[in-house]
Design a protein. Sequence first.
Length: 322
Amino acid sequence: MSGAEKPQERLDEFAQIARLYRPLTRGAPEALNLLDDAAVIPQRPGFDLVVTKDAMVEGVHFPEGEAADLVARKLLRVNLSDLAAMGAEAYGYFLATAWPEAAGPAERAAFAEGLRIDGEAFDLRLLGGDTVSTRGPRVFSLTLLGWTPAGRAVLRSGARPGDLVMVSGPIGDGWLGLQAVLGEVADPHGDLKRAYRLPDPRLDLVEALREAASAAADVSDGLIADAGHIAAASGVALRLDLERTPLSEAGRSWLAAQPDRDRGLVQLATGGDDYELVLTAAPDRAARLGLPVIGVVEAGAGVHAQVEGRPVETGQGGWRHP
């Protein structure tokens, strides 16, 4: 067709699997070349299998029209963050995709390319899944498998009064990054948008967590909310000093411009999408982690946040699905 682009070939479900997804198995024998109804995962003596699952819905978990490769990479990374919090090393994943009719071959190929990039970066293999069509928005779901030495998974239920509360890195950049994507916050260097779109799962802390942490959770719903998950699972209270929360340079700049510093700190601590870790450890073990201390575990229940000793209201503490 002179003067016009050649229409891209549309692939049916099985052709998509063969062309887009089979290469993502990276030759893993467990995937059976994606030709069978299920994968076969051999046991690994001396280890526990750790399994997590997250779903992402367009317009809920990522903005409408977001680039497919970025969505794919974030989908992998948020699941990796769950395994990091458990002290587990990732192995492979199962994928489900629901594509609207408007999503053409180029978009679907871009999604697979995003999976390839981060699959190689994090040494992951696609083991199976499903691809379907939908009349609604794009929906993606990923189930990630990992291994941890038997009985060594870091649970949310291990915090004890007297433990210190720590976080692994800056809090608030995920929420600020979403505001930057929406045009509500300036982001001249693109650092905030990257923090939102491509969070870095704290896999570097897996071994240290297994050695020193008493409990941990990844900060997906918001620091306050996820600290609350530890409090509920452990049957304790967590007292957090929000002024001790580590912030990035962009976070500090944003906070300095707020008319109410206390409320600004609460916003950063409840915004979510940071994918850092909040964790607890006994004082004699906390030093091994070398992470910022932001509070203490006490007898009681719930999360009690304060700024310079002043109690602050945090609402529901972060994101919750209705």
